[in-house]
Design a protein around this ligand. Sequence first.
Ligand code: 2X7
Ligand code: FE2
Length: 309
Amino acid sequence: MSSSNAKGRIVAGLLSPHPPHLIYASNPEQNEPTSSRAGAWDGLLAGYEDLRAALATVDFDVLIVHTPHWKTHTGTHFLGVPHFEGKSVDPIFPNLFRYNFALDVDVALSEAICEEAAAAGLTTQMMRNPEFRVDYGTITSCHLVHPAWNKPIVAISSARTAFDYSNEAGDQEMLALGQATRRAVEASGKRALCIASNSLSHRHFTTEPEDPEDPEFEHRYNENQTAWDRHILGLMKAGESRRVFDEMPDFTEQCNAETKDGCLSWLLAAMDFPSVPATVHGYGTVIGTGNAVVSWDLAGGMCATEASR
Ligand code: 2X7
Ligand code: FE2
């Protein structure tokens, strides 16, 4: 771990979507259901493989994840117990995701971000219930980024301000939360991977084929959604992350995008709107939703892979 005298930093930012289908298709020992491996999501799984290869040369101390599936209605909450174990079941897809998790939390960093955010005027709370069932967004994204689970995490809830007020209000809150996260990481002396755990366009089918992994069934919901996703990924690759933030309310509105929960806006603000071009490791649909695996190499530590060459 870095010396606590050194200035901490966010070494990389990741957009890491969490369809539980990707865990199902990977057949890790922690997940109970077994998939057919028929191949519907192979492109996205290859994107995650490319991301993990790129991260193999990155030294980090902690993963910080903002998740849309821990929904809190009284401000932003942070995991505040050193170790959690249990079974996380996706409420919509219990046939795909029943995952036995065991994870460690960097409680000191959680508390530091919580305090920084509170000092910036946000409503915040530490979650101290040791029986808490960690949500599938946090687990899926952390597993796909770093399946070894040998680093502590910080998990941040979605306070859902955009749902109660407006997309603009939600993004302004995420701006403050992202900046608070950055300040707390810098003061901690730690090297952090920051993860936005959300899909992009989010219209989805409401029926499932007999084999959920049937590649004949999987396709984009419609071209409008995909065109918006392409546009956002183009801005990311061009290093125009501030424009992504500025266009976020329209994207969220017109694409029913999962960005409404704030993860990507938080990440862009935590990274201080980098102009370094992002790498898109993979893009694909899951039940029609648009999902992109993207990285921003902020410390120059990621190695070249197929996607970045
Ligand atoms: O939570 C999700 C999601 N965001 C996208 C696709 C499929 C399932 O779950
Ligand atoms: Fe989701």
